[in-house]
Design a protein around this ligand. Structure first.
Ligand SMILES: [Zn+2]
Length: 255
């Protein structure tokens, strides 16, 4: 008589989708990718969900970038969680260790920031402006955004973006939110969004996302993800890079 060994969560996932969803759909997956990863969430308490088949190189490719995302997303920490200060310090240490030069480029000229905001500066919850446009910060946001876009596309449509596809990204910082650079129409289109939930644990104050796609095509989709009150990323994902909108200021990344 042989005993049946129960499948692990990773084995169950790989049985459903054997191919890595991040590199064109032709490489066999060997790992389970959680996106966003646990480090983004308070005390690493991450509900289940948004778990995807990945090959090892794709899985580990964003590990350093995620330390930057984890820190950025805590610039406006949820004050109801006590552990946040020490957590923030630890994450900042990790991000700066992994990315020499990051601390300098993130420093935004506070006076220029205030002038840009004018009257609206009065309404700011904090004076902690964030510059996310330096090359190191931007590189991490892009790497992470592409992966998140491919993940949310798969979650919505169950389709892997093939080679020749692309992801368009646009990042909005907390400064952009107060200067009206996030188009209100766009926010209206996406609505409140959803989050990860498991039992009583729900993390909408830390991460929300919303996806739009057409049931009849499934080869193009649009997503908005918001991390705490710190930054948001808009992702447009297409199986054919030629189907992406032209002329916008967003940047395309090809699979
Ligand atoms: Zn891969």
């Amino acid at each position: 008589m042989t005993a049946t060994v129960p499948l692990t969560a990773t084995q169950r996932l790989l049985a459903k989708q054997p191919y890595c969803i991040y590199c064109g759909g032709t490489t066999l997956a060997t790992t389970r990718e959680h996106i966003p990863s646990r480090v983004i969430f308070d005390a690493k308490h991450r509900p289940k969900g948004l778990e995807f088949s990945a090959c090892e190189p794709c899985n580990s490719a964003t590990r350093k970038a995620e330390t930057v995302i984890a820190m950025l997303s805590r610039v406006f920490p949820d004050r109801s969680v006590r552990s946040n200060k020490s957590e923030m310090r630890k994450l900042a240490d990790a991000a700066f260790r992994n990315h020499p030069g990051l601390a300098d480029e993130m420093h935004l000229d506070q006076v220029a920031g205030l002038q840009r905001l004018g009257e609206r500066a009065k309404n700011l919850p904090t004076w902690n402006f964030l510059n996310v446009n330096g090359p190191i910060c931007r590189g991490s946001l892009d790497q992470f955004g592409v992966k998140l876009g491919l993940s949310l596309h798969y979650e919505a449509t169950k389709q892997i973006v093939p080679v020749g596809g692309a992801v368009l990204l646009n990042h909005y910082s907390n400064v952009d939110a107060f200067t009206g650079e996030i188009p209100p129409d766009l926010l209206g289109l996406f609505g409140e969004g959803t989050t990860l939930k498991q039992g009583r644990l729900e993390v909408s104050k830390q991460f929300r996302y919303s996806s739009l796609w057409a049931e009849d095509t499934l080869n193009i989709s649009m997503h908005l993800a918001v991390f705490r009150e710190s930054f948001g990323t808009l992702m447009i994902v297409a199986h054919d890079a030629n189907h992406l909108p032209e002329g916008s200021q967003v940047e395309a990344f090809y699979i």
